[in-house]
Design a protein. Structure first.
Length: 348
């Protein structure tokens, strides 16, 4: 199939998206697809640019994407009109954060009649909004830590009595732990809220749950083996996620069979509660009593060399090319042949 992999974007997670997208593009080629990497900022990537991105990897800290043009409906229209995208059998968004993950890109793809893999605009929007996600988790009996949403994070907001340090403070709509702080002293709370507010106008404050950090990849409706993350830092932050050697990642996790089954079943419940499809990653903290507390769901999880979904797939006997092949083939109506638009828009 002809596959257009959308990557880059202009969010704080741009580096992660570039690294993920290039590796996915190369894996799809190994699986026999005619794949092209398309940066939503600069357009299709050539072999030299792909190699530079692959060699560079992900930096130690999130990039400053403030100088890049924002991803808007108008700019997306230009991207989707590119022959490499308009003529694809399947579009695969590998975009993290911002308009690439909040459902905007997926909504425009749907309106354009382009087939794409992964969750639709609703699932992406629900997963991106952590406050809404947690409300849906609660309604679906998926354990999630008590929280509050600060819609006006300026000043010194009053927190509910049940929320006292240690606390996790993070932007309501951001990923890769960008802007996240573990607050152990109430005196540090204003600075943590200020940091999170730099990335989103809404800030989420939730109770910190100590325990083992677990993750479950859901691929085409199947929960893959549970993984455990043991970071070098106290929390699995941006550096630990994307720098080699900063975390031990164990697949499958060393868990009693009944606990592993419960975690996987809870991951599927969270995936369904948010109307996700294609692939996702659900993150948990397993407390001392064996309760898996859902941290969040990732509608477009990282797919870099150090990412968790490929490791989970390997534990299930799937190579990276096989994983990417399965994802693109899960796109509704995916087929072989020449791509075309279904909304009355001609091929270019």
């Amino acid at each position: 199939m002809k596959v257009a992999v959308l990557l880059g974007g202009s969010s704080a997670e741009r580096d992660v998206s570039l690294a993920s997208g290039v590796q996915v593009t190369r894996a799809l080629r190994k699986a026999g697809h005619d794949a092209v990497a398309v940066d939503t900022v600069s357009g299709p990537l050539g072999p030299e640019e792909e190699s530079r991105i692959a060699d560079r990897g992900v930096g130690q800290a999130p990039p400053d994407a403030g100088g890049l043009p924002p991803l808007t409906v108008a700019s997306l229209g230009e991207v989707l009109a590119l022959p490499e995208v308009a003529g694809a059998d399947v579009v695969l968004p590998i975009l993290h954060g911002g308009a690439g993950e909040d459902g905007t890109v997926q909504a425009v793809l749907e309106l354009a009649g382009l087939r794409f893999a992964g969750s639709g605009h609703l699932g992406c929007a629900l997963a991106m909004d952590k406050d809404v996600s947690k409300r849906l988790f609660r309604d679906a009996d998926v354990p999630t830590a008590p929280w509050t949403l600060l819609v006006d994070p300026s000043g010194s907001p009053a927190l509910p009595d049940e929320l006292s340090p240690p606390l996790i403070v993070k932007p309501n709509r951001e990923g890769s732990t960008v802007g996240l702080t573990l607050v152990r002293d109430a005196a540090d709370l204003p600075a943590a809220i200020g940091l999170a507010a730099r990335h989103d106008r809404e800030v989420l404050v939730e109770r910190f749950v100590p325990g083992r950090e677990l993750t479950v990849a859901v691929v085409v409706g199947e929960a893959l083996p549970v993984g455990e993350i043991i970071p070098e830092h106290e929390i699995f932050d941006y550096e630990c996620k994307y720098q080699p050697g900063m975390a031990r990642e164990i697949f499958p996790a060393e868990l009693p069979g009944a606990v592993a089954r419960r975690v996987r079943e809870t991951a599927l419940a969270a995936h369904r509660a948010l109307k996700l499809s294609g692939f996702s990653r659900i993150d948990f903290i397993l407390d001392g009593e064996g309760t898996p507390w859902c941290l969040e769901a990732n509608a477009l999880p990282g797919m870099t060399g150090t990412s968790l979904v490929p490791q989970a797939a390997a534990a299930a006997g799937l190579s990276f090319p096989e994983l990417c092949d399965r994802i693109v083939r899960s796109a509704p109506g995916a087929r072989h042949g020449t791509g075309r638009r279904e909304a009355g828009l001609p091929n270019t």
